[in-house]
Design a binder for this molecule. Structure first.
Ligand SMILES: *Cc1c(COP(=O)(O)O)cnc(C)c1O
Length: 463
């Protein structure tokens, strides 16, 4: 198909359909550094490069779709979080965002700790050499086998999420002759999403133990009474992709209040609080995330102030960013397959992946950006919807975006900020082969998670 053989679809503001999108950028060739990883740039030929390597070479060597992860950016973000919080706080990377053995090694080298929430994540962490005392084990329904392994390995903390679990972990620890360090996860009645938060008494969700009704205080009572447990603190995680610090403020205030009640009732000042993760990143140019040092200052100011008011020693703070570390460091590279202009609506651009490598758009109505990356173009902006190749009309990768109107099959396009919750939530729907994760750094590219093969599929299917 020649580049002029298909109509470009609607382009001008007066014919654009309803939708949640901003006007096209003044120049579609400019890569907004907010949404791309730090070493991404365009070379003299107009092709996107990452870590000094052009996407055409990456596509040729590793195929598409594929995730390309900017290793130096990942390491720099780890250091920025560790430096921002300093020696009196702990940063735990939330492994569920994306975990592999290479990631674990980088975290270890850059001084971060690691959250896991399943036996599989724990195995990956231990196998890659993360010291067990730097691992926190999470989850609302850890199996007995998972708890056994965590206790045996000597994880630094288990975050208790229910009354049953308090007893289970205590028994298992006692059987192993250890006192397991634990935190209790409380729900503080804050629901936070992106730009707003709602403070309520109750939260209608499965995680944690409610502060309301004195449930959390009762959990503390039980934990303190059991020999197998060393209660080191209280944990609160309020949501995801949050920009507004006000939700953290309410959360910290309620957690500190609980610490004061514990002191009054039991005469102990718990030494730690964990304020969870959920810090937002830029998926599109409209998002303005805060820098780690601003977040660290805001959180420590809130906790210090609340503790002074309650006459408590300021506890050691920990945080658990997942998305904010890995999210911005990777993009997904796709090859354009078919292009369908729908008159008066938008142009559907189909790529060689889809909801199997990025479920977030279908699952959360997430917004993403997209750019033509194998070349530049001076063509008019065209309103597009980037869709996958799956048998599902909800198989959308980017709902509303603009690409140049001369886009053609065979072009490479890339979706930035796919480092978090894309590969880790990838599926085999339609027997898709999950894409590889390729780490790129200083002119070298290296597969850290290989592409799935048809043999992999058949190996699990025992016939
Ligand atoms: C998911 C999760 C995180 C990480 O959330 P991000 O949005 O990736 O920062 C941290 N802590 C807990 C307990 C979580 O469940």
């Amino acid at each position: 198909m020649s580049r002029s053989a298909h109509p470009a679809g609607p382009r001008h503001a007066d014919v654009l359909p309803e939708g949640h999108y901003s006007a096209p950028a003044a120049d579609l060739n400019v890569l907004d550094e907010k949404v791309w990883s730090r070493t991404v740039t365009r070379d003299a030929d107009g092709a996107l490069t990452v870590g000094g390597i052009a996407v055409a070479r990456l596509a040729e060597e590793f195929g598409t779709p594929a995730y390309f992860l900017d290793e130096s950016d990942f390491r720099a973000r780890c250091r920025a979080w560790a430096d921002a919080f300093g020696p009196d706080a702990d940063v735990f990377y939330a492994g569920k965002a994306f975990l592999s053995r290479a990631i674990v090694r980088w975290l270890k080298e850059e001084g971060l700790n690691l959250d896991v929430c399943s036996g599989g994540e724990l195995t990956t962490a231990l196998d890659a050499g993360m010291p067990a005392e730097r691992i926190a084990f999470h989850g609302n329904n850890k199996t007995v086998a998972e708890i056994e392994r965590a206790v045996e390995a000597g994880v630094g903390r288990i975050v208790l999420d229910s009354f049953q679990e308090i007893v289970r972990v205590a028994h298992i620890a006692q059987r192993h002759g250890v006192r397991q360090r634990v935190q209790i996860r409380v729900t503080v009645g804050v629901e936070a999403h992106t730009h707003e938060f709602i403070a309520t008494a109750h939260e209608d969700q499965k995680f944690g133990i409610a502060l309301a009704d004195g449930q959390a205080a009762e959990a503390v009572r039980r934990a303190l009474s059991l020999d197998g447990l060393e209660l080191i603190g209280v944990h609160s995680h309020i949501g995801s992709q949050i920009f507004d610090m006000a939700g953290f403020e309410v959360s910290a205030r309620r957690v500190v209040q609980l610490l004061a009640e514990i002191r009054d009732e039991h005469g102990v000042e718990l030494p730690e609080i964990d304020l969870g993760g959920g810090l937002g990143i830029a998926y599109t140019s409209d998002d303005d995330p805060r820098e780690p040092h601003e977040i660290a200052k805001a959180l420590s100011d809130i906790v210090t102030r609340e503790c002074e008011a309650a006459k408590l020693r300021t506890p050691r703070i920990s945080v658990e960013p997942g998305r904010a570390i890995v999210g911005p460091t990777a993009f997904t590279l796709y090859e354009v397959g078919t292009i369908k202009p729908l008159e008066g609506l938008r142009t559907y651009v189909s790529v060689d992946g889809g909801m199997s490598d990025n479920i977030r758009t279908a699952l959360y109505d997430a917004e993403y950006s997209v750019a033509l990356v194998s070349r530049t173009s001076d063509a008019e902006p065209m309103l597009v919807r980037v869709v996958g190749k799956h048998c599902e009309s909800g198989d959308i990768v980017v709902k509303d975006a603009f690409l140049p109107a001369d886009l053609a099959p065979g072009d490479l396009i890339a979706v930035p900020a796919t480092g978090a919750y894309c590969r880790s939530m990838a599926s085999n729907y339609n027997h898709a082969l999950r894409p590889p994760v390729v780490a790129v750094r200083d002119g070298e590219a290296r597969v850290i998670v290989r592409r799935e093969t048809e043999e992999d599929l058949l190996r699990l299917d025992v016939g």
